[in-house]
Design a binder for this molecule. Sequence first.
Ligand code: AMP
Length: 215
Amino acid sequence: MKNIIFIAAPGAGKGTQSMMLSERYNYLHVSTGDLVREEIATGSERGLAIKEIISHGSLVNDDIIFDLLDVKLKASNQAKGIIFDGFPRNLEQAKRYDQIYGKNEMDIDYVIHIDIDKDEAMKRILGRLICSKCGSIYNEYYDKFNNQNHCNSCDSTLDKRVDDNEVTFGRRFDVYLEETKPLIDYYKEQNLLYTVKASDNKEDVFKEIESIIKG
Ligand code: AMP
C-alpha cells in the first residue's frame, strides 16, 4: 500500500489534489474535514458541538477525529493506498496515528506539503465554490462556468462552505501556522517530506506530485 499525507494551509489545493490522486490511482480518499461535515449533517449532539468549533476555525478534539477515522479506515483493507486530506492537523494526531497504525500496512510513505502564501490562499478561499452533489471544487473568480453557479461536470448547484469567510479564514490560517506547520519538521526528520508550490494550474501540481510518488 502507498499511503500519502497532504499538509497545507487552507486554500492551497490539498482537497483538489487528493481527490485527483485518489481517482487516478483508485486510492481511498480520507478527508477528516468531510468526515466532520458528515457528522454535522446527521444532526447528532456531537455534530452540533463540532459545527460550533468549525465555524470558529478551530480544530475538532483529537478523540472525535480518531473515532471518525477508525470507522473510515475499516473500509481501507481493500484499498491500494490511502490519501489523508487534512489529517493529521497537529503533532499529537501524527504521533497517535503512528502508534496505532504505523506498524502495519497503513504506515506513511509520502508527505506532500503544498506551499502557498497567505494572500493567495485567502483569495482562493473567498472565491471557493463546491458542488453540492459530486464535490468538484471551483473558484468563482477564476473558473468559467457553462451554467452560472452550477457544476460543469454534473450541473448541480454550487455551495459556499460556512467557514470560507474572511474572519474564519484568518483563524484557520493561524491554527495552521501554530498547530499544523510543525508537522513539516516531524516528517522531514523521517525523510518523508516533499514540498511542491501551489499553482493555479492544478494539472502542473498534479504532475509534480505524481512524479514524487512514482519515485
Ligand atoms: P478541512 O475540510 O480540511 O478544511 O477542515 C475543515 C474543518 O474541520 C477544520 O477547520 C477543522 O475545524 C476541522 N478538521 C478537519 N480535519 C481535522 C483534524 N484532523 N483535526 C481537527 N480538526 C479537523
